[in-house]
Design a protein around this ligand. Sequence first.
Ligand code: SF4
Length: 219
Amino acid sequence: MQSLEAELERATALDVADLADAIETIGFECTRCGACCTAEDDDPHTATVFPDEVRDLQEATGEEWRDVARPMPYGLEDGDDGSPTGETFEWALQTDGCGDCRFYAEDDDGVGACTVHEDRPLICRTYPFSVALGGTSQPMGEAVDEAGVVRAHECEGLGRDISREDAEELAAALKERAVREIEEAIAVRDNYEPVDPGDGVVVHDSEGAKRPDGSRHEG
Ligand code: SF4
């Protein structure tokens, strides 16, 4: 596998017009089905959110860190009282009691919407696409379609016509996400130092080791 630095160079060199061509070839229109914002079977919704995106959402909503994001669950274990414990990497959007993204809401007719649409993180702005570069996330399982370096993941909106303007906007966000994900991965790697999480959880992100409330983990 290429080094993250080499992948970052490739991501930085991605041509937005080429990405837009690929997105047009695959085709996409959001049907507002809500599938990408809700729990899947019994698995809670799990989408990566960067630390600065958590702060942006905090600013937009006036909420606490832990109401916006939760520690990424991978690698955590249940402690004696059933609460998670251990070290993990990165944050996921917080979920509600049903396992749905906590910013997802349905009206009386069951039509879903994102309540933070303008401030939603890059992962949401670029769903259901990813790019085939090391160090980027492929969070929606195996690709079901591809064009160039663009991969498309399970979504009922795939294959629909998309305007050039929308394709270019999506392509620009997709490139931004690829660059950010690799930069984040490099910073996590460079900042990582093992810590003793005790009975709690420690989250390693690009800014260092943190507690689940977003505060710095000391010692
Ligand atoms: S932030 Fe908005 S778009 Fe993203 S998963 Fe939550 S409800 Fe969906």
